[in-house]
Design a protein around this ligand. Structure first.
Ligand code: CMP
Length: 138
């Protein structure tokens, strides 16, 4: 069990002006910011990040959406971070997300679901190092 997870605030939440509220929620729920940046993924980089979904029917849509605007990428720290963060963001599909979760509050659809959260400690480490060098993590 690791104490770090990786997240992105996705283009829908950025465009809809929810970044501040979402970051505030991360902090209030006790996550410490290890690394954070605003950036924009090229289609190639988004495809690489989500390569695990390459064979899925929604892959093209996902890559196009994730490269459609700026995002905020961050590494967050808390005890049992991956599970705690997934609880905070709620189900992938906002229609199934619990009341009060970030996706329930801010996501619009399954594809445009406001935030990403790593699904395992191993992926948290891989995804974090996709965006941040060791020198950018504090
Ligand atoms: P995320 O947690 O970032 O990881 C993969 C993403 O694929 C997921 O959030 C969804 O936003 C997106 N996605 C789009 N369509 C689907 C689908 N039909 N099933 C699952 N995920 C989907």
């Amino acid at each position: 069990m690791s104490n770090r997870t990786f997240t992105m605030i996705k283009p829908d939440a950025m465009k809809n002006g929810h970044a501040g509220a979402i970051l505030d929620r991360f902090i209030k729920e006790g996550f410490r910011v290890v690394a954070l940046k605003q950036t924009k993924l090229s289609a190639e980089k988004a495809g690489e990040f989500y390569a695990v979904h390459k064979e899925r029917p929604f892959y093209g849509e996902l890559v196009s959406f994730m490269s459609s605007g700026v995002i905020i990428a961050a590494i967050l720290e808390k005890e049992n971070a991956v599970a705690a963060f997934r609880k905070l963001i709620g189900a992938t599909n906002p229609a199934q997300a619990e009341e009060g979760t970030i996706r329930k509050l801010f996501a619009t659809s399954l594809g445009e679901n406001a935030v990403h959260g790593s699904d395992s400690d191993e992926n948290a480490a891989i995804e974090g190092s996709f965006f941040f060098s060791g020198l950018e993590q504090f």
